[in-house]
Write a protein that binds this ligand. Sequence first.
Ligand code: PRP
Length: 178
Amino acid sequence: MHRDVEKVLYTEVALKERIAELGRRMTVDYQGKNPVFIGVLKGSFMFMADLMRTIDLPCEVEFMAVSSYGNKSETTGAVRITQDLDMDIENRHAIIVEDILDSGLTLNYLINYLNGRKPASIEICTLLDKPERRRAQVSPKYTGFTIPDAFVVGYGLDFAQRYRNLPYIGILKPEVYQ
Ligand code: PRP
């Protein structure tokens, strides 16, 4: 597994430090607001688990699962909800938690969808942002790291469902996916 990684982009320590900074900011920003954190499965599971431990506030955690129609490189932007929220977010402060913002099509769809539930506010927290690939306009309030257009895996992110369990984020060797 590790030998398929060309370069480690963010070590466990670097991730931990950056996530603690995000958590401190959110703890200040959401004081007294009892926010709902909405993780988008599967990629966000590890980030969500670590982020939650840095939030020093009463809050709730939810998960949704989505899948894009067609394969990723030819996506039309249509997103199918495969697991919806269990709770009503009307008048609640919602924060969508993602591992990566790439074309923006998933989050653009989700923001519109969740806005239909009339939350008091809705913001995005993404661990990674890959702006070079953007096709839909999305403005995350909280971003861990802005990254170049490379094939990243680990810390929840997969290639063909593998590598999610790497404790760091690395760039996959091209020969692995070509
Ligand atoms: C990834 C990621 C986002 C989406 C971002 O999910 O978790 O949901 O892609 O890409 P976009 O900005 O181009 O829409 P993926 O479809 O790989 O599923 P996964 O979370 O189960 O790995």
